[in-house]
Design a protein around this ligand. Sequence first.
Ligand code: PLP
Length: 347
Amino acid sequence: MIDLRSDTKTQPSPGMREAIANALVGDEQRREDPTVNELERRVADLLGQEESVFVPTATMANEIALRTLSEPGDELIAEENAHILLSELGGPAVHAGVMTRPIRGRAGRFGPDEVQRMVRRTDATHVPPTRVVAIENTHNASGGRVWPLEEIRALVGASRELELSVHLDGARVLNAAVASGVPAAEIAGQFDTVTLCLSKGLGCPLGALVAGSGELMRKARRLKHQFGGAMRQAGIVAAAGIYALDHNLERLADDHARARRLAEGLHAAGVPVDLEQVETNFVQVDVGALGLDGADALARLAEEGIGLSGTAHPGLLRAVTHLDIGDEDIDRALELIPKALGVLARA
Ligand SMILES: Cc1ncc(COP(=O)(O)O)c(C=O)c1O
């Protein structure tokens, strides 16, 4: 199958497996694992933060971040389709005890005006105080869209004036950095806490980091243990992360170029794809516009040997490029997707 379902589908490469096999390891809970320690230092530098903490998943990184920034009963503002609100099984309510206030975004983004309008000040007796603003860059549900740096600056500036904390779900922030040519530290360094995922475009089998100030990360380390995320010889996995930073970061541009070629080819073949939305490694295909149901379209594609996946929007599927998708796969996908969706037959 040409597996375009997600950039989480990659297999560790031979080079990555070799790095894993040769990793120096120790007791990570006691901070005695040299490979985890090195990864945490490198990711903190990369993200323009003082410290970072290695955890198994980006979901755990997000949940720990929200808990470091809030008290139960506080309010969290995020875009309505953000992973934190849609895809973490209510984690912010369970783990941080926060009220969530969704904002309707444009391409996953919202501005200072909306935050200024929505922020609630506590009256100490009734009103839950707004405490945290969380954004997602790139924004998954809008098709891997990038937040322009100036918009982030304006939003973070306005949030700070309102004394709100800011969290970046930067599971794919390195895609944003590569696509926009802005160093990751310039984007991520503005936030109180940042999540980075290793098992998406970077091609690792698992792993994520939460980054922030030394003070917040001391809190995050304690929470990591409470969440059951403090590990032992975790350098086995962290070695993949270090390998990925050395070998798989700049090449994210290849994934973006392949997504663009796929999008343009599909568009030219008459498959409904909005080219303007293709900014990183996602291509959204509007099968609803072809009169197809999302599940039927996925089944037809699977029969032709092509894996796409559904999105938060009915009738909208996505194809995601990644390390294990080469130029020939895109050529094949350009033949098979229109065929599976019956587009050529209509032309
Ligand atoms: C934006 C975003 N944040 C967080 C996550 C969670 O990642 P994980 O599955 O590693 O917990 C995902 C996964 O798709 C994501 O797209």
